[in-house]
Design a protein around this ligand. Structure first.
Ligand code: PRX
Length: 650
C-alpha cells in the first residue's frame, strides 16, 4: 500500500505541531543546538526542586547523564503539582473486567499515593534506592504503588502478572527487592484468577532479600497468609496520613527497572532515570497524542510492560491527562467491549497493539459500527509492525476515516516513542512509523556504521543520546555496553543499536521490518529464544532445541520449536512430549512463551564449529527457499530432511 493519508485538520484544535513545516523547524532547532533545545524543554516541562546545571554529560559514554545537578520528584511531577489547577479532574478512570468502575481525581490520587508511600516507609522501612517488586493486576493500586515508590525515591520493578513463579523469583533476586506488592488476584473473563499463590511459590527459595509482602484485596478469594511476612494493604493504608513529603532525587536517580528479553541469557533489568524519562514521557504524550485538557485517553496495555509504564501511568499523568485503566480482555464479554468503552467514556485517544486490532477485526468485524465512536481523534498502535488489512480496518471501521493513526515505534530501552507520525501534521503511509520525533536522531545503518542506501534494509540505530534512554542494565553494566553499543559507530562513537531492521523510502518514510536478532515478537511482547530454549531443555528427553518465530495470523509471530529427542519412540511419544514441554515453559516463564508448534527432527543444521544456523531454521518454517550457503554445514543433508518433515506436518 503506498497511498498517503493526510490528517483531517478539522479534527485538531491548536495541536502543538501543526504541520510538516513546524516539524522540520523543530528538527532543525535540535540540529542547531541539541543540548540547548533539550535544556529548554527540560526547564519548561519539569517542576524542578533544584535546577540542573548541565544538560548532557558524555564523559563516560555510553553511560550518559542528563540534567546533572537537578533535583525533582517524579510523583510530584505526575500528581502533586497538578493540584493547583486540576485537583477535581479525573486522573485515573478504572473499569474492571466485572464492570466495576472507579474514578480517582488528581486530589484523590494524591492522597492515595501519599498514604501508600507512608505505608511503605513506616511499615516496611522503604527508603530512597530500595527496590520494590510489583506483581499486580490492572487496578489503580498498581499505578498508586508505582507512584508511591517514586514519591520515596524507591525503585520499582513491575513484573507482568502473566509471568510464572520462577520468572518472578529470578527478577526479585536480581533486583534484590525488599518488598513485594501484589494482590490476592483479579478477574479475567468474568472469573477470578490468582496472583498471591504465585508470589508464595516464588518466595519459597532464594528470596531472602524480601522482608514483606503487601497484599491488595481485589477478588476476595481465599489466600495463604504467612504471619510476619504478609500484610493486608487495604486495612493498613487506612491508618496512614494523606500528607507525605516527597523525597527529592537527582535527575539520574533510577526511577524503575523493567526486565525485558534479550537475544541471549536471562532477561535484563533495563534501568531508567527520573528526569530524562519523565521529560520524554510527557513530551511524547503531548506531541504524539495531542493531549488536551478535556480529553479522555485510553491505552489498553498492561502496566507490566513499558507501554503501561510510559503511556498509562507516567506520560498521561505527567501531562495532567485523564487515563483509563482496564482490567479485562478486549473480547469479553464480546468483541465490542472496547468500542462500548470508547462510547461510554468518550475516549479521544485509543492506543493498542496490532495483535489486538487483528483479533478484534477477526472476531467482530462489524462491532465498531454498533457504537458511537465519534469522540475518537487519534488511534495509536505499538509493539510490532501493523499489516495493511488491520490498518485499513482500524482506520475505516474504528476511526471512521477521520482519525490519524500513530504507528509508534519504540522499545523498553528507549523509554518513549522514537519514530511516530504527529497526528495533525504527518501524512501517513500505512505500515510506516514515518519519521523520527524531533530530538531523536534515528538512522538506518550497515553493521559497520555506513548509511544504508534508500530502499534497502539496514539496522535501525539512534545515533545521539536522548534523555529517556536506558541508563544501564541493573547489576550488569558490561552487558549494557555489549548489548547496545557494539561495532556500529558514527564519528568514532558507538551508536545505540536497537536490534531492529528498517528501511527508508525515497520520501524519507521509515518502515520497521522487525527484529534482526534472536528475539521473537509474540503479540507485541519480546521473547528471547535463549530463555525459551533453556526451559525446553529442562525436559529429560530433549537433546537439543532451537526456537524461532513463525508468522501467526493474530499474534504476528508465534513460537516454533525444532526439537531433537534423546530417545524418540514415535508419534504418540512426541505428542505427549509436546504437552510436557509446554507445561515446563508455562512454569518456567509463563503462558505467553508457550510454543504454538513443534517439529521433532533428527538433528539441527549446525556449522562445523557447532553453531546452530537459525536463519536456515527461520526460512524453513516460513516455507521460504533456502538462499544461505549450506555447504559449510556439518551435515548439509539435514536441511532437506527437516524440509520433508515440515511438509509432512502441514
Ligand atoms: O521490534 C520492535 C517492536 O517491539 C520491540 C520492542 O519491544 P518492547 O521492548 O517489548 O516494547 C514494546 C513496546 C514499545 C522493538 O524492538 N516494535 C515496537 N513498536 C513497533 C515495533 N515494530 C514495528 N512497529 C512498531 N510501531
Amino acid at each position: 500500500m503506498s497511498e498517503i493519508y493526510y490528517p483531517k485538520k478539522e479534527m485538531f484544535t491548536d495541536p502543538l505541531i501543526k504541520n510538516m513545516c513546524e516539524y522540520n523547524d523543530l528538527v532543525e532547532e535540535f540540529e542547531k543546538d541539541y543540548e540547548g533545545t533539550w535544556g529548554k524543554y527540560a526547564q519548561e516541562k519539569i517542576d524542578w526542586f533544584k535546577p540542573f546545571d548541565r544538560v548532557l554529560n558524555e564523559d563516560d559514554a555510553p553511560f550518559y547523564k542528563w540534567f546533572e545537578g537537578g533535583e525533582l520528584n517524579v510523583a510530584y511531577q505526575c500528581v502533586g503539582r497538578h493540584l493547583k489547577t486540576k485537583k477535581n479532574k479525573a486522573a485515573i478512570i478504572f473499569e474492571g473486567d466485572n464492570g466495576d468502575q472507579r474514578t480517582l481525581t488528581y486530589r484523590e490520587l494524591y492522597y492515595e499515593v501519599n498514604r501508600t508511600a507512608n505505608l511503605f516507609r513506616n511499615k516496611f522501612n522503604i527508603k530512597k534506592g530500595d527496590r520494590v517488586v510489583l506483581y499486580m493486576p490492572m487496578i489503580p493500586e498498581a499505578a498508586i504503588s508505582m507512584l508511591a515508590c517514586a514519591k520515596l525515591g524507591a525503585i520499582h520493578s513491575v513484573v507482568f502478572g502473566g509471568f510464572s513463579a520462577e520468572a518472578l523469583r529470578d527478577r526479585i533476586i536480581d533486583a534484590e527487592a525488599k518488598l513485594v506488592v501484589t494482590a490476592d488476584g483479579a478477574f479475567r473473563k468474568g472469573k477470578p484468577y490468582m496472583l498471591k499463590p504465585v508470589v508464595d511459590e516464588a518466595l519459597e527459595e532464594g528470596c531472602d532479600c524480601v522482608e514483606a509482602v503487601c497484599v491488595v484485596e481485589r477478588n476476595g478469594e481465599d489466600i495463604h497468609w504467612e504471619a510476619g511476612r504478609d500484610y493486608a494493604y487495604n486495612e493498613l493504608v487506612e491508618n496512614e496520613s494523606v500528607q507525605c513529603e516527597p523525597e527529592m532525587v537527582d535527575s539520574e536517580h533510577p526511577l524503575f527497572l523493567l526486565y525485558t528479553s534479550g537475544s541471549t541469557g536471562k532477561p535484563k533489568g533495563v534501568q531508567h532515570s527520573s528526569a530524562g524519562y519523565i521529560l520524554w514521557a510527557q513530551m511524547t504524550m503531548e506531541w504524539v497524542f495531542d493531549i488536551k485538557d478535556n480529553d479522555t485517553y485510553w491505552c489498553t496495555a498492561d502496566v507490566g510492560w513499558i507501554t503501561g509504564h510510559t503511556y498509562i501511568v507516567y506520560g498521561p499523568l505527567a501531562a495532567g491527562a485523564t487515563t483509563v485503566m482496564f482490567e479485562g480482555v478486549p473480547t469479553f464479554p464480546d468483541a465490542g467491549r472496547c468500542w462500548k468503552m470508547v462510547e461510554e467514556y468518550q475516549i479521544n485517544q485509543f492506543y493498542t497493539a496490532p495483535t489486538a486490532i487483528r483479533l478484534l477485526h477477526k472476531m467482530g468485524v462489524d462491532e465498531p459500527a454498533k457504537y458511537d465512536l465519534s469522540s475518537l481523534r487519534i488511534l495509536g498502535t505499538v509493539g510490532e509492525p501493523i499489516d495493511p488489512a488491520a490498518w485499513k480496518w482500524y482506520y475505516e471501521a474504528v476511526g471512521n476515516s477521520n482519525c490519524s493513526i500513530v504507528d509508534t515505534y519504540w522499545q523498553t530501552e528507549t523509554g518513549g516513542h522514537m519514530i511516530s507520525p504527529l497526528p495533525a501534521a504527518t501524512p501517513i503511509k500505512p505500515g510506516c512509523a514515518t519519521f523520527p520525533l524531533p530530538g531523536i536522531v534515528a538512522e538506518i545503518m550497515e553493521e559497520d556504521g555506513t548509511p544504508t542506501p534508500v530502499g534497502e534494509k539496514g539496522f535501525m540505530c539512534i545515533t545521539k543520546p536522548w534523555p529517556s534512554m536506558i541508563r544501564t542494565i541493573w547489576n550488569d553494566p558490561e552487558r549494557f555496553v555489549k548489548s547496545y553499543f557494539g561495532d556500529c559507530k558514527k564519528d568514532g562513537k558507538a551508536v545505540y543499536f536497537t536490534g531492529d531492521g528498517a528501511m527508508m523510502d525515497e520520501d524519507g518514510y521509515i518502515t520497521i521490518t522487525g527484529r534482526t536478532d534472536d528475539v521473537i515478537n509474540v503479540s507485541g511482547h519480546r521473547m528471547g529464544t535463549a530463555e525459551v530454549e533453556a526451559a525446553v531443555k529442562k525436559h529429560d528427553n530433549v537433546a537439543a532445541v532451537a526456537v524461532v518465530g513463525k508468522p501467526h495470523e493474530i499474534k504476528g509471530e508465534g513460537i516454533f520449536a525444532y526439537i531433537v529427542l534423546k530417545d524418540d519412540e514415535g508419534v504418540a511419544d512426541e505428542l505427549e512430549t509436546m504437552k510436557e514441554i509446554n507445561t515446563i515453559i508455562k512454569s518456567e516463564i509463563g503462558a505467553i512463551a508457550l510454543c504454538d508448534d513443534m517439529a521433532f527432527v533428527p538433528d539441527l543444521p549446525k556449522t562445523r564449529s557447532g553453531k546452530i544456523m537459525r536463519r536456515i531454521l527461520r526460512s524453513l518454517v516460513k516455507g521460504e527457499a533456502i538462499t544461505q550457503d549450506t555447504s559449510t554445514l556439518e551435515d548439509p543433508s539435514i536441511v532437506g530432511i527437516i524440509e520433508d518433515i515440515l511438509k509432512k506436518e502441514c
